[in-house]
Structure formats: C-alpha cells, structure tokens
Design a protein around this ligand. Sequence first.
Ligand code: SF4
Ligand code: SF4
Length: 431
Amino acid sequence: MADSSALSEIQYDKPQQQDLDKCVHCGLCLNACPTYRELGVEMDSPRGRIYQMVQVAAGAPITDSYREHMDLCLACRACETACPSGVQYGKLIEAARAEIQNKAEFAWYVKALRAFVYGPLLRSPALMTLAGTGLWLYQASGLQKLMRASGLLKLAGLESLEALTPTAQIPFFFGRVGQVYPAEGAKRYKVAFLAGCIQNVSFARLNEATVRVLQKNGCEVHIPQHQNCCGALHAHAGVRDEARRLARRNIDVMLAGNFDAIISNTGGCGSTLKEYDELLEHDAEYADKAKEFVRRMRDVNEFLASIDLNREMRPLNMVVTYQDSCHLAHGQQVRTQPRQLLRAIPGLELREMIGSDLCCGSAGVYNVLHTDLAMDILRSKFHNVERTGASVIASSNPGCMLQMETGARLFGQNQKVYHVVQLLDMAYQRD
Ligand code: SF4
Ligand code: SF4
C-alpha cells in the first residue's frame, strides 16, 4: 500500500490548471515540433496536445487516442524554447503521462514489463550487469553479425529496432563506482560524478573519458557508492513515484560528500537531476535538500566552460558538427558551452548544422517504442548533417550519440560520433 506522503504527491501528478492556462493557442511552437513537422497533424503538435490535456482536466475520459497522442510526443521540449508565453511543456507532458500511468488500464503483460524495466532492472547494477553481459555475448560471439546478414531481422520487422542496440563495453563502469580519482596537478575542485545506469554498460569508455578530462582540469573526482539511476526515464514515462524514490537516494548520497559540483555527462539525465526540486516539491523532508542538490548540479560542458580550462591540448585536425541534446539545449539552456569547448581544441573546425537543436528521434526509449517515426525524423536530420560535410558528429547525450551512429550508418557516410568530452580527452592525450 502506498504511504500517505506518496498518496499526497500523486494528486499533483496530472497537468495543473495554472500551467495549462499559460497556453494562448497562438501556434508559434508548431514549426519547432518534430512530430508535427513529420505528421502534419494538429493533435500531434504542442498546441494540440495541450488542448487535449485541457479537455481531460475538464473531465473528458482518458481514451486510447489521448494516450497515443501523448505517447507520440518526443518530450524534446523544442516547443518550450519556441513559446513566447512561457508554457512549461516538459512539465505538462510528464504530468499527463503520470496521470495516464495512474488512471488508465494497461494489458497485464504491459504492466508486468513496465514494472520490471522501471523497477528492478534500472535500479539494480546486478541485473544491469547480467543484461549487459548477455548483450556483450550476442555481439562478441558474432551472432549479431550473423543475424544482420541473414535477413531474419528484416523478415521479423526488427531490422530498424535491432540497429539501435547499444554496444556493450567490457569492462563495465560499475567497477569504478565507489572510487576516488585524484586531480592532476593542483587540486582545484572536489566533484562527484553521476555514472548513470545503462551508461555503465554501454558507455563505459565515455564515463572513463569524462573522469580523465575532469582530472586534467584539477578535479578530484568521486564516484560515490550507492548512487543510482537518476530517474529520467521514469519521469518521462510518467512513473514518477519510482523517479522520486531514486531521486531521494541520489540526494542523500551526493549531499553527504559536500562536493563543489555534482556532474553528469548526459543531457537527458542532467535535465531531470536539475528538476529534482520540482519532483520533490511536495515532500516535506526532501524539498529543501532537493533545492541544494539542484544548486550543485552541473552538466559536464557547463562545468568545464565555467572554469579556467586546461589548454594543453594537441591539435585534432577534423571537421565536426554539433548535434544539440534536446534536454541540454531546451531543458537546461546549455547551448554555447559545448561549442565553446569544441572551439578550444586546436585544429578542430566546427561547422554548424541547420536545425542542430531539432530532436534526432532518440528521446529516451522513443526510438525503441516508435521506431518508424524516429527513423523518419533521423532521416530528415541527416539531410542537414550531410550539408555540413563534417566527418565527425559531436553530441552531449549518449542516447543522441547512439541514434546519430545509427543515422550515420543508415543515411549518412559512416561519420564518427563522439561526446564533446571524448574529443577533449583525445586532445589531452600526448601520443
Ligand atoms: S505552447 Fe506556447 S507557442 Fe504553443 S500554442 Fe501555446 S502559447 Fe503558443
Ligand atoms: S516536446 Fe517536442 S515532440 Fe513534444 S510537442 Fe513539444 S516539440 Fe513536439
């Protein structure tokens, strides 16, 4: 049975009237919306979705059609940037999904799958290691190549979905959780690094590069034990109770260390981590702690751009284009900092892409749940990538990196895809 504090929080897990009222239905957000651009359907635009939320708030039932239009939203928040009336669309869509999660009926197998994925799987390093090892065996044994070449995936309609599978990176990053890495040279900062959940398995090398770059910049890097998933996937899917549970644990762990900054290298996670104060605003015990946590939270680009950057780098002679992470650009307003860091690398030429802050179609697990639409969005994105002539795509979110790698393979020229900190890490390496 849910406790009384959880019950009192659930009553806020629906779009609030004062937030809905901010929309004046002007339509200035429509052109910024990737689903509206692809589908041309008003009900799949920000204005149309808000209109439907208003109807439900006025007592209309939650129908399958309502669920579908809310599901098809990427939650990319491009509409939030475009909106002149200050509509906090990200807050609205998460609340609408939470209301669906709490009130709508789901088939038993959907319930069971969601309960497992948004419960034990994302919470448990042991289960994640098991799943990651299975994925590694599939890839390292050659089975993946065989499946891809056999045509079976195409026959089963799973070709696009399988193409999105991340690569399991052995050794996983879990082994480094609990460690402290000293600053190189004089210690200037004591920081905590949030390693993520799936990232420990599929972006272990990116996490290592992040730690090295921070060390190079005078940071003593702590990777605190007992940290857990940030809850972003849960919050985006409307599973807010579990997101709050995960948030409370991260707050306890991270505030105990009295760090100068708490650092994430993932735009999507960072956006939720910076909204822990909203997530826990009705929790009497954690509301203030959440505000303190948010005060210390930094995206790695934001942090590095705010300090005196170590410029002892070797040249990287490459042409790079930058794909904004939606949750970094629209959610956290971090746009100039990654570009500033890329421009600090000698030899690197940054070529801007048209629509760099339009979603690539990754959006958490969107590309898994709505593969066809995500692929259409990705194909459009690659028209713009190709026009830059860049051979490297930089981004600041593992989900976007994975999606852009798939795009480079399917629609591009096999461009290399790196996180900004991986490029810095390369530039810091002497040989
Ligand atoms: S969300 Fe903002 S831009 Fe879009 S219709 Fe409403 S007020 Fe206009
Ligand atoms: S969050 Fe993105 S996909 Fe959803 S309505 Fe806004 S712009 Fe469209």
